[in-house]
Design a protein around this ligand. Sequence first.
Ligand code: ADP
Length: 447
Amino acid sequence: MFNRVLVANRGEIAVRVIRALHELGVEAVAVYSTADRDALHVRMADYAVHIGPPQAADSYLRIPSVVAAATTTGSEAIHPGYGFLAENPAFVEACVENDLVFVGPPADVMATMGDKISAKRAMRAADVPIVPGTEGSTTISEARAAAEEIGFPVLLKATAGGGGKGMRLVRAADDLEDAFGTAANEADAAFGDPTMYIEKALVPARHVEIQVICDHHGNVLTLGERECSIQRRHQKLIEESPSAALTRETREAMEAAAERACRAVGYRNAGTFEFLLGPDGSFYFIELNARLQVEHPVTELCTGIDLVREQLRVAAGDELSVTGRAPRRGHAIEVRLNAEDPEHDFRPSPGLVSRFEPAQGPGVRVDTFIQSGTVIPPFYDSLIAKLVVWDADRAAAIARAERALGETAVDGVPTTRELALEVLRSDAFRSGEYSTSTLEALRSVAA
Ligand code: ADP
């Protein structure tokens, strides 16, 4: 195991990774921007290095600053968390050039999977089902031809996409041209790359993803699914495992497909295969997230496996202690608390948290970086806390999530707490029969 590891992130995930390091007896090095001078991850770490001004582009995203922070502190490895540099192959290469172990997959695998088009090609080669659509940079006229062939509705997607940006649902041929223009502009602004492709839009569909971890000795462990269909603007709000939509056969087929894909592309470390699941049980690959996910605690609670600890062990060269299919039990639900204003179309609402009282008691885990008195800076994403509960079965877990969310108090900034309560209490959620369209439908009924 390493002696000292740099955590190239902030917020709740930096805190999460530092906890794993300390449990392993490893020293943690934090990095921080000026806006995070007093942040919890900085206070928890054994060493902390200031890497620049608040804007992420000048701090958390600046590869030379992060690498220099690692080398000057004698760190042996870098854990990237999620977001920022976590899926940037140039960062992985910079780590390798500086004799730093990157806790994640190799740069070439990351590059292939980071481009949605080359990822789809790699999955097709591994015999993993993919959504019908174009498999290369697509012009507007090619998109029109493809849409006629696969049928509306279609989804325009940016090859460099992420976080739902550069994505447009198109229901009719007349809307295609406008939607293509806005989506490409959005992608160009967000990723510096306007390249688009087109997919059949599967509606209704469910977003079900498979967690994997692979070591450097050819071993693969799949850890079951997370159901992530409760989404707003293609962004997840509540995740759970197991998924009420999966039969044992479909679950095994998905895990087997993920395992096959890992072996085919030479995957290493933790990753998540995202699939869309149709009402008939058919499933299609949409993307591989080559990193730890926000919702990883759901899997940790069901399997009892600490994914961050395993990531660090695997990166240090250890073999996985469990391979094949991870054993699992019970039911876990994660609720994301975002500092967003429901009165203003959920726009981010940073500011002073005057009081934070997290839920406590049986089966409750809270991953957060906020405390009473924390000021949420306006420069980063709006996730402030994750409330994750575990119980023996789904009904008990829902009751526990409701109880725990009821105990949770955040004063000072508006949050998504009420929205999550509304979802947990809805018939659609309770029945387990929901899709990626359910939340928007609930909202429009309420509006
Ligand atoms: P991003 O990388 O921007 O998060 P994803 O490809 O992961 O984008 O898709 C995000 C969400 O968009 C999915 O969870 C799903 O709800 C929806 N989605 C993506 N592809 C399709 C599709 N072909 N049909 C219907 N919905 C889709």
